[in-house]
Design a protein around this ligand. Sequence first.
Ligand code: SF4
Ligand code: SF4
Length: 421
Amino acid sequence: MQHRIDINKYGPRGQTMAEAIQSCVHCGFCLAACPTYKVLGEEMDSPRGRIYLMKEVLEEKLSIEEAQPYLDRCLGCIGCVPTCPSGVRYDELIVSYRAFSEPQRRRSLTDSMARRMIAETLPYPSRFRKAVASGKVGKLFKGAMPEKMGAMLGLIPTDLPVDKPLPPFYPAKGKRRAKVALLSGCVQTVLDPDINWATLRVLSENGVEIVIPQAQGCCGSIMMHIGEEERAKKLARQNLQAFRPNEVDAIITNAAGCGSGMKEYGLLFKGLPEESEAEQFAHKVQDITVFLDKLGFKPPAALPEPLTVAYQDACHLLHAQGIRNPPRNLLASIPNLTLLEVGDGGLCCGSAGTYNIEQPEIAHQLGQRKVQHILNTGAQAVVSGNIGCLTQIQTHLTERGISLPLFHTVKLLDWAYRQTN
Ligand code: SF4
Ligand code: SF4
């Protein structure tokens, strides 16, 4: 796709955006992998259409506002990237474009309020906890509130598990085989703190010593996703200071979105003094499943009863990080467990960061689609490596009145280990 983009106008990311646009040959192979194209059937709601729209805006032939409805409907699920034969980096393009366009947008008061609430609440566990308390009050007024605020309130769980702060250090069991640092995350620590505790136990069981830097914060990926670049940088800088990548074998994450967000730190700080430090940090980031698979994990004990589980690929594991086999290897190693595939080609469940809040109707359709595919497997339980997917699936199962246990991958592994310990 030829372009006439004046890259100097768009800062360090101008080159990134121009290269992605230039490499698109308009073939359309990506269309089938795009959830919004599947649901809406519109060219402009496909990756190819969106690349064209971004090109037109950057060439100043189209206004940001004209293109925005279609770009806002992009989930950022990255499903289009692995299918592209020309290697178009749509992931880098959309993140860079949102960072460029967001400061120039005119938003309604309710939109601005909803975004402000997201930015000021979700990345901070203590604020998020407090917001849940006020959300319970807010639910009483839900019907009287604007649509997006209503969608936001609807996502807030009615009860939260008890907070279990993590220690600064967790020892390896037996001979030490590795030393890692853990990103504890933000939303996940509030919604399901046991995922982090299960991660500590599983790593320890495999001879891994863990440091949990107490000065760390949210990875910033939610802010990157919604184009709040300065907020994302502020959060990322906090982590660059809190972690010591040179002193550990890996920086471990157990949330797909955090892992892919931290792997983009180099792009976030492109052209800035922190770029090389950010790249070193990003290079050390590993999902827990990848780390254990590479390390060689201890075989788990047999489950007390046979169990069939459907494994749901989180987009930010499968598409954004190319992680397909490691979680399957871990699960398949558990005796008495049968792994079933969700036959939808890894299509996004509609969770995708704040998408549920920003685009509730499409998110709902995708959530229902995903649940149907899961039910088609006949599995007794669902496993995924991302709290967003687990929450979305739970919401849509509940809506259908179906009760099915949901596990984070590491919690299931932890459970299997504890059958003999
Ligand atoms: S598959 Fe790649 S090259 Fe083809 S239209 Fe999609 S983004 Fe462009
Ligand atoms: S990131 Fe996802 S929603 Fe956006 S264009 Fe690509 S496949 Fe479609």
